[in-house]
Design a protein around this ligand. Structure first.
Ligand SMILES: [Zn+2]
Length: 233
């Protein structure tokens, strides 16, 4: 077996082993999921009830799994408990702060990158939309009426999609301004290159010509060697 094949095989085995679910791994995931639920419910009190329900359901499933004696079924049962404890809306809610911070960064960037009135108008509009989306998100998350899981999921999903849309608009504005700067730089460089080429061409015309036969230098523009009369090109 070649060395590269051996490395590939070892890599594959490592992946296969590390992807395999274990009781310890599922337990670690479960602890992390419960911690996330606690953090989310402390930060967003309106979602506390929905988080408590998830914790209760997930713990119940975890207890059932723990009582199973067969390892494979136990792991599957624990994995099911983890699924209950980590629905999309909880993950999104736990990442809400970093999402909002990313939008704030984009707002700063959009203003910094603006080169002309068009840019700064676009940056201003997209930034207002970003600020609105953030304010609206906070308002919704603080005041939502949540009676069940689907209420929680619907509110988080609508907040997220508003923030996503605002982020995309800001991205477009920043990218347009950056592209403009890049295009200006390229145009500048093209002019510089053309000037340099022209200069080099002129220098060449002024330079004496060396004869290929005898090595004599003749003045620029000569068609014949001044020493041996060989034609110069
Ligand atoms: Zn010559």
């Amino acid at each position: 077996m070649k060395k590269s094949q051996l490395i590939a095989l070892l890599g594959f085995l490592f992946l296969a082993v590390s992807c395999q679910k274990t009781i310890e791994g599922e337990q670690r995931n479960f602890d992390a999921n419960i911690q996330t639920l606690n953090e989310v419910s402390a930060k967003y009190p309106r979602f506390k009830g929905a988080c408590e329900t998830l914790k209760k359901d997930a713990n119940k499933q975890m207890e059932t799994a723990r009582q199973l004696s067969e390892e494979k079924s136990k792991i599957e049962g624990m994995s099911a408990a983890n699924k209950i404890a980590s629905p999309v809306w909880v993950n999104n809610l736990s990442q809400m702060d970093s999402k909002i911070n990313a939008i704030r960064d984009m707002i700063t960037k959009a203003a910094q990158n603006a080169k002309d009135k068009n840019d700064s108008d676009a940056a201003w509009t997209a930034s207002r939309q970003g600020e609105d989306a953030i304010r609206e998100a906070k308002n919704k998350l603080e005041n939502a009426d949540i009676n069940n899981q689907s209420d929680a999921a619907a509110i988080v999903s609508s907040v997220m999609s508003n923030l996503d849309a605002a982020e995309r608009r800001l991205n477009d504005v920043v990218k347009t301004a950056q592209d403009k700067v890049a295009a200006e730089k390229k145009a500048e460089n093209d002019v510089k290159t053309a000037e340099e080429d022209k200069k080099a061409e002129e220098e060449k015309k002024k330079a004496p010509v060396k004869c290929g036969h005898c090595g004599q230098m003749s003045p620029a523009g000569s068609t014949q060697c001044s020493k041996c009369s060989a034609p110069l090109s």
